[in-house]
Design a protein around this ligand. Sequence first.
Ligand code: NAP
Length: 449
Amino acid sequence: MLRVAVVGSGPSGCYTAQSLVQLDSDVCVDVLDRLPSPYGLVRYGVAPDHEKIKSLQNNLRAVLEHDRVRFLGGVQIGPGPGAVTVARLRELYHAVVYCVGAATDRHLGIPGEDLPGSWSATQFVSWYSAHPDAVDAGFLREARSAVVIGVGNVAVDVTRMLARGLAELTTTDIPQAALTTLADSSVTEIHMVGRRGPSQARFTTKELRELGTLPETDVVVDPAELALDPGYTDPSALPAPQRRNVEVLRGWAETPPKGAPRRIHLRFFLRPSELLAEQGHVGAARFERTTPDGQGGVTGTGRHEVIAGQLVLRSVGYRGVPLEGLPFDPATGTVPNLSGRVLREGVVTPGEYVAGWIKRGPTGVIGTNRPCAKETATSLLEDAPALTLRVVPEDPLPALRAEGTDPIEWPGWQSIERAEAELGASLGRGVVKLPDWESLLKAAAGKAP
Ligand code: NAP
């Protein structure tokens, strides 16, 4: 048997495990995660109102329930007390595949970025997704206007969540505290702001179009601002996805607002230059008007605009973080690799692999991870004859336990699922996520949270 550890149980980790067991009947895979719960960003990143995408968990569940796959939650890889180092993991398995994603957010590097009231979209997403590391930072306290910086799909997610009401969220698995806060929100103006033009926005058309379906919400676009983009005035040369985005925006530009109580303003050609304080809290964002440079980029015009916002969400992309013991390229935020094989100083290291965002950067939708994982699994299986020459424990679990790591196995996760169903029933809702470490660990141990 070839014994493989996959680190990370998000889509890339699960698809890697799936490819390995499908491609070779002599492989067993342990999927390790630092959290007690599996599924990574499908559980803690996909917005709660995107139930169809969330249902992908059922596919990932089938992988983790496969005969030759085992989920081991609550296992931290890296330095520190109770953690398993990269070197030790390498001793315990024939091969290790790191599928650890891009765990942090990119920074804007502008004055005022760290003012209270300015958060990364990741912090906000983690809060409404019940990530146990998230803090309830009082995101919406006294906010009437929100500014979302960036025009990718995460920006669309947080914009949409800010515009959702009680009726639409109560049927989701959003934690109770976040539900109450969002339902009581006084935010009526949400500005989503891109530094380039509408034809260069990163959101996908399906996600963009959904903004126009929100109850009691108008989507407001300024046709004159859209027309600053040559791709808007003449979309014929645009690739189909961008052309579709432009057509959706044109539809809104040609439709007068309904006078709804909430407005989403989609803004373009404004690059953030400073966040401005009001009584020690963010009160507005200052942007410089940009103009297309003819190469797909923009240049500044020296003219500025201030948009009021007591909540600023910086949604400018994720970034990989280094894992001690693994090489890391700070320029790309990825682990250097060749078809998934980890490269140390340009040379392949046998038995170490990567898949997903830590391999290729934080791009693509969930399905993009399938071919990415398959490529890595194929590389690993090509190397298998050499890898199995090394003797490893038949089962690494006793060694891990002896060294102070006590993984949460599949029945522990199933206990969490039961606790979340019970919590939801007690609140008159469906499944409701447990939002903190204590309740997750209690539930995993079969105790009432
Ligand atoms: P993203 O797609 O890379 O978008 C990042 C946005 O931030 C872009 O508009 C970018 O503008 C802007 N930006 C970057 N640096 C900036 C700066 N210094 N100042 C102003 N704006 C800046 O990242 P994301 O939205 O975090 O999404 C990550 C990945 O997850 C994407 O592949 C996305 O499709 C995926 N995702 C998918 C879904 C879904 O399918 N429903 C949901 C969420 C996320 P420029 O283009 O000008 O750089």
